[in-house]
Design a protein around this ligand. Sequence first.
Ligand code: TYD
Length: 213
Amino acid sequence: MSNTKRGIFIAFEGIDGAGKSSQISLLSSKLIAEGIQIYDTFEPTNSPIGSVIRQMMSGRIQGAHETIAALFVADRVDHLLNSTNGILSKIERGVSVISDRYYFSSYAYHSAHIDMDWVISANSISANILRPDINLFIDVPPEVCIERLEKARFHFDIYENLAAIREVRKNYLNAFKKLQDHENIVIIDGNGEIQDIRSRIWHVVEPYFNAHY
Ligand code: TYD
């Protein structure tokens, strides 16, 4: 048996336009500078399953909401277990993983169309394989997110209008309440300057790495 310490697994969550990607890149650069091995990743993944998901979300391929949700489950299990860069083996080898979205995205986005308990139950396979050490939700008002998305119109998808984004935020908060006894959830105030948000995140994350290494 090796006595390698497991890596830390952080899942970033937020509505579209919440600024997850810039905060993830700031955090991972900081951790790497501290000498910590980091693997950055995201969902939907860029596997063949992820590609089908993107085509369904854009409407290029038809699929029921249940089908999309089930494909996300498959994509997530592959994200955890695939033999080239699966998250589980990274964590077991001592590499810390930061994922841009994980199963709380499914709870928040799919429960607009499907019962949330169905989505949670479909994802229990992933939860049983690996729960994040921290589910980190960057909370930004939907109005601010819409403004940002309009400025950087590089992608369109079916979720990007104000009412939908508001509903997704509400679903996130419901899911956090529902699962508060099973999951470590941290809500970060995403208002303000990028550097202020970065410090708030660092304040939460640093103790995990101090205790660990
Ligand atoms: P993408 O443009 O890849 O990422 P982001 O908006 O985070 O930059 O789109 C991901 C979209 O997929 C986003 O709108 C949320 C949605 N999504 C789900 O509906 N279910 C899920 O389980 C996940 C992980 C994402």
